[in-house]
Design a protein around this ligand. Structure first.
Ligand SMILES: [Zn+2]
Length: 133
């Protein structure tokens, strides 16, 4: 499971939609309230849209009001973090450790119990309903 998935830019471009490519490979951000999962309430695993790695779980999802799916914690060690100094501010970027897909950012203003808010692009995720597991 910890094996890295490495594809060329051209390969990613050929298997992803333009929007998904922009967000996951070029650190884009979808517009708030436009993604498919910010208001999604079914139980299930949220996996990486690029490589299928399990990343978040619906039990950690909460209503942040931000317009993006938000989680209090990752559901696996495959969610990796790095410091992002773009846009003149310091933020913590989160990505899939297996394929380097950009997921979103984590902010220190989340609810109990972690106090963290993983603010993730819907386009970076694929929700697998519980019954299919
Ligand atoms: Zn991935």
């Amino acid at each position: 499971m910890s094996e890295k998935i490495i594809k060329s830019d051209k390969e990613w471009r050929s298997i992803l939609t333009p929007e998904t490519y922009n967000i996951t490979r070029q650190e884009g951000t979808e517009c708030a309230f436009t993604g498919k999962y910010w208001d999604h309430h079914e139980a299930g695993d949220y996996v990486c849209v690029c490589c299928g790695a399990p990343l978040f779980h619906s039990s950690d999802k909460f209503e942040s009001g931000s317009g993006w799916p938000s989680f209090t914690q990752p559901h696996s060690s495959l969610v990796a973090e790095k410091v992002d100094r773009s846009l003149m501010m310091q933020r913590t970027e989160v990505h899939c450790d297996r394929c380097e897909s950009h997921l979103g950012h984590v902010f220190p203003d989340g609810p109990h119990p972690t106090g963290l808010r993983y603010c993730i692009n819907s386009a970076s995720l694929d929700c697998k309903p519980e019954e299919d597991a």
